[in-house]
Ligand binder design. Structure first.
Ligand code: GLN
Length: 480
């Protein structure tokens, strides 16, 4: 059995009886066990996945087959899963077993997917390296000295290492796209509102969006189809046409924001240029354009995301659920000690800076100003989509960096997000897909589309992946 097979290949293998769902689940469980040092998982649900696999085998025998029946996937540990720990990689939720499934989890189950476990991540999804997890860092399977990216680092590394067929992730300012790029997998941040946030632990509610990490654009589309759609439990979820994952290709104008390429290292420029030429050889036309306000995106993002995080995280008070300090003397101490002990230092930094940006006297200078610039950034994109159908950019200024290289330097860590935060602030869909290697580490590129333009992003991704093999590369198993 090939653990690196695509969802499409696994579907036909299961339907043709080449292997059973139970055998497939065992294959991934054995690999997870052998790759424990990567630390991709916070929870592995061996019993649950094997039970579900047996049921899937019966369903397949009875020809009651959904698009994902019998396919093992893992969820980022911020999606609530009934009966399983949902920790958000925080000591604060180290004992939290959700009483219900997130809409994303529920919909994927209905499509037949089976849950193999919950993946490691940066604490409360705050980070770009997966080093802020209470459960320890995740290692990059391409080079165990390097980070897998973050915050959906466990999901990206699990797909890259062949430990699950695909995973869910969440993206507030790049957390699906950047780890996808660092681990050589395909990740999609959908349009804000495309996927329900119900049951997804909130970080910054005007930016958070769930999405898939998978082996190809085609697999990402299959997962998106199962996840997407209006949900009455999330008032910001949109009523929109489903993504058409079998749409045929057409010649597109691909916008190249010139300022994004000028700061890039020569080796990454070379890879991105090659990808651009491949896209042109497929009949698409590259056009230069400007996104003048997006150079402020990362600063704006860290003000807005911090402000929203500071209010969202005020619910963790040690009283209703989550970590509670032992033997406080009074109510004040209970709040103070529970929060001091429960949150890690990056989360505390966000709460402090976010509270500051919202406080009287600073609100106008920081939060309001950031909202005004956010509006200008959105307008830049709306103008750009008058000239181009899709925008092509890097995902990250570098390939995966070494662990501990940036963790003591928050500003440098935040600057990792320069290419991903613009689409987040504008609420646009963006696809990250492998397009080459530099010093033996994967490099990703990003396609940004207009609101609800996922179909053309995925079609372009599929076309590119039909032409190239970068998405099919995988790290060597170092436990064989
Ligand atoms: N790296 C960004 C941050 O730390 C993005 C995180 C995310 O998208 N969840 O906030």
């Amino acid at each position: 059995m090939n653990p690196y097979a695509s969802v499409t290949q696994l579907r036909s293998g299961l339907d043709n009886g080449d292997f059973s769902a139970e055998e497939l689940a065992h294959c991934y469980l054995d690999r997870i066990d052998a790759a424990k040092d990567l630390n991709c998982f916070i929870t592995v649900d061996a019993e649950g996945v094997l039970d579900a696999a047996k049921r899937a085998d019966k369903a397949i025998a009875n020809k009651r087959i959904g698009p994902l029946t019998g396919i093992p996937i893992a969820h980022k540990d911020l999606f609530c899963t009934r009966g399983l720990l949902t920790s958000c990689a925080s000591r604060m939720l180290n004992n939290f077993v959700a009483p219900y499934d997130a809409t994303v989890v529920d919909r994927l189950k209905r499509a037949g997917a089976i849950t193999i476990g919950k993946t490691n991540m940066d604490e409360f999804a705050m980070g770009s390296s997966n080093e802020t997890s209470f459960y320890g860092p995740v290692k990059n399977p391409w080079d165990r000295e390097c980070v897998p990216g973050g915050s959906s680092g466990g999901s990206a590394a699990a797909v890259a290492a062949g430990l699950a067929a695909a995973c869910t992730g969440s993206d507030t300012g790049g957390s699906i796209r950047q780890p996808a790029s660092f681990c050589g997998v395909t990740g999609l941040k959908p349009t804000y509102g495309r996927v329900s946030r119900y049951g997804m632990i909130a970080f910054a509610s005007s930016l958070d969006q769930g999405g898939p990490l998978a082996r190809s654009a085609s697999d990402a589309g299959t997962l998106l189809n199962a996840m997407e759609g209006y949900d009455p439990n999330d008032s910001t979820s949109a009523i929109a046409d489903a993504t058409d994952i079998s749409s045929s290709s057409r010649a597109l104008k691909i916008g190249i924001p010139t300022q994004y390429w000028s700061d890039l290292s020569p080796s990454l420029t070379k890879v991105l240029e090659e990808a651009r030429r491949t896209l042109e050889s497929l009949g698409h036309q590259a056009v230069s354009l400007e996104l003048p306000h997006t150079n402020a995106a990362t600063a704006v993002y860290y003000v807005i995301a911090g402000a929203e995080a500071s209010t969202n995280l005020s619910r963790y008070d040690g009283i209703r659920y989550g970590h509670r300090a032992a033997a406080p003397e009074n109510l004040e101490d209970l709040y103070q000690f529970s929060r001091s002990e429960g949150f890690g230092s990056e989360v505390k930094r966000r709460i402090l800076t976010g509270t500051y940006a919202l406080s009287v006297g600073y609100y106008d200078a920081y939060y309001l100003k950031a909202q005004q610039i956010r509006r200008l950034i959105r307008q830049d994109f709306l103008d750009a989509f008058g000239e181009a159908d899709v925008i092509l950019t890097p995902v990250s200024p570098s390939t995966a960096f070494k662990r501990e290289a940036l963790i003591e330097d928050p500003i440098s860590m935040y600057q990792q997000d320069i290419y991903t935060t613009p689409a987040s602030l504008a609420g646009l869909p963006a696809l990250s897909l492998p397009c080459g290697v530099s010093d033996e580490m994967p490099v990703g590129m990003q396609f940004i589309g207009p609101h609800f333009g996922e179909s053309s992003l995925l079609t372009l991704g599929r076309e590119y992946q039909d032409e190239t093999d970068w998405h099919a590369l995988h790290p060597a198993d170092n436990h064989d």
